[in-house]
Design a protein around this ligand. Structure first.
Ligand SMILES: [Zn+2]
Length: 318
C-alpha cells in the first residue's frame, strides 16, 4: 500500500518524496541504543530453536530484531524482543528464554503474563526434581524422593500427607539398603538389620567422617539422620497431619540424602582436599562406574583442569 502511494506522489510530480521503504536487513543499523552482544544472544537462541531438525539448505534466519521493553516482576527482569525472521514474526522473551509466534500472541503485554505464568509452572515442576550432581551414586533413593515430591502436589487430606511420610520413609530405607556394599565396618561390629535406618546411618557417619577432626561432622550426620527418621515416622502415624508437616518431612529427607551422599562420595572418591598440581581447593568428584576406575570416580580440579585419571596412583605420591 505504501509503495502505491509513493508512486502516486512521484507521478503527480511533487518535490517532496517520501523516503523509500527501508530494507529490513539493514534496519537494525538505524536502531539507537542497541547492544550487539544482547542481539547476538537472541539471534543465536532463535536460530538454534527454529532450525532444529531442518536441512542445511532450508535454514531460518533472523532479518531484524528490536528490544521492545524490559519489565521487572518479583525482582526478575524480563526482556521482550520483536524478531523478524524469514518464517514470520516472533516474540522472544528472556529469563528463561522462550519464543512465541506473533500470530498466536498479537499482544505483547498479554504474552508477558502468559510467559511468566508458564515459567513459574516449569520452575515449580523442576523444584520437585532431585537435580543433584552426585545423585547418580544414589539414583534409586533420589527416585523415591521424587515420587514423594510428586505425591505431595496432589495431596489434600490427612491420609495423603501420611502417605508422603511413608514415601519419605521408603526413600531413607532405600538410601541405607546399599550401605552393606560399601561401608567398611570396624572389627567386631554387629550388622544392624536392613530396616534399621538409624543404626545404618550411624555406621555410614562413622565410616565416612572418621577421626578427631571430623567429630562435629559425624555428630551432625547422626543427629540429622536420627531426627529426620523420627519426623518421618511421626508423619506416617499422625492422623491430623497438614500440608506443612508433609513439606517439612520432605525437605528434611532431601537434606539427609544430600549431606549423606556428599559424605559418601567424598570418602569413596578418596579425594584430596587440595589439587596436587595447583593447590586449589576447587575439586569436584564425578561418579563414573562406566569407565571402571577403582574407586569409580574421577576428580577434576576446576582451577587448573587436573584430572585424577588413576586416582590411587596419584594419591599414593602425596
Ligand atoms: Zn589444580
Amino acid at each position: 500500500m505504501t509503495n502505491a502511494k509513493n508512486e502516486e506522489q512521484t507521478q503527480s510530480g511533487t518535490e517532496c518524496t517520501l523516503p523509500p521503504n527501508p530494507k529490513i536487513d539493514k534496519l537494525r543499523d538505524t536502531v539507537l541504543g542497541r547492544s550487539e552482544r544482547e542481539e547476538k544472544e537472541i539471534i543465536e537462541y532463535f536460530e538454534w530453536q527454529s532450525n532444529k531438525g531442518r536441512d542445511d539448505d532450508d535454514q531460518i534466519t533472523v532479518r531484524h530484531l528490536e528490544k521492545m521493553k524490559t519489565e521487572v516482576v518479583f525482582g526478575r527482569k524480563y526482556a521482550l524482543w520483536d524478531v523478524h525472521a524469514t518464517d514470520g514474526r516472533w516474540w522472544v522473551v528472556t529469563n528463561p528464554t522462550n519464543l512465541y509466534s506473533q500470530t498466536e500472541f498479537p499482544s505483547l503485554d498479554y504474552l508477558l503474563s502468559f510467559h511468566i505464568g508458564l515459567m513459574a509452572r516449569v520452575a515449580s515442576r523442576d523444584a520437585r526434581k532431585a537435580g543433584r550432581p552426585d545423585q547418580d551414586r544414589f539414583a534409586a533413593a533420589w527416585r523415591r524422593w521424587e515420587q514423594a515430591a510428586s505425591a505431595i502436589d496432589n495431596a489434600s487430606e490427612a491420609e495423603d500427607f501420611q502417605a508422603v511420610g511413608m514415601k519419605c520413609r521408603e526413600c531413607l530405607l532405600t538410601f541405607v539398603a546399599s550401605a552393606p556394599e560399601y561401608v567398611e565396618l570396624q572389627d567386631g561390629a554387629v550388622l544392624p538389620q536392613r530396616g534399621n535406618f538409624k543404626e545404618w546411618a550411624e555406621l555410614i557417619a562413622n565410616w565416612s567422617a572418621p577421626g578427631e577432626h571430623s567429630k562435629d561432622i559425624r555428630t551432625y550426620l547422626k543427629q540429622l539422620s536420627g531426627s529426620t527418621w523420627g519426623l518421618v515416622n511421626w508423619l506416617t502415624h499422625t492422623s491430623n497431619a497438614v500440608a506443612i508437616d508433609a513439606e517439612l518431612a520432605m525437605d528434611a529427607t532431601h537434606h539427609v540424602l544430600e549431606v549423606f551422599s556428599a559424605a559418601v562420595v567424598r570418602k569413596e572418591s578418596a579425594r584430596p582436599d587440595r589439587c596436587p598440581r595447583c593447590s586449589s581447593y576447587q575439586l569436584a568428584s564425578f561418579y563414573v562406574p562406566e569407565l571402571e576406575p577403582d574407586p569409580p570416580y574421577v576428580t577434576v580440579c576446576q582451577a587448573c583442569e587436573w584430572e585424577s585419571v588413576a586416582p590411587r596412583d596419584e594419591l599414593g605420591k602425596e
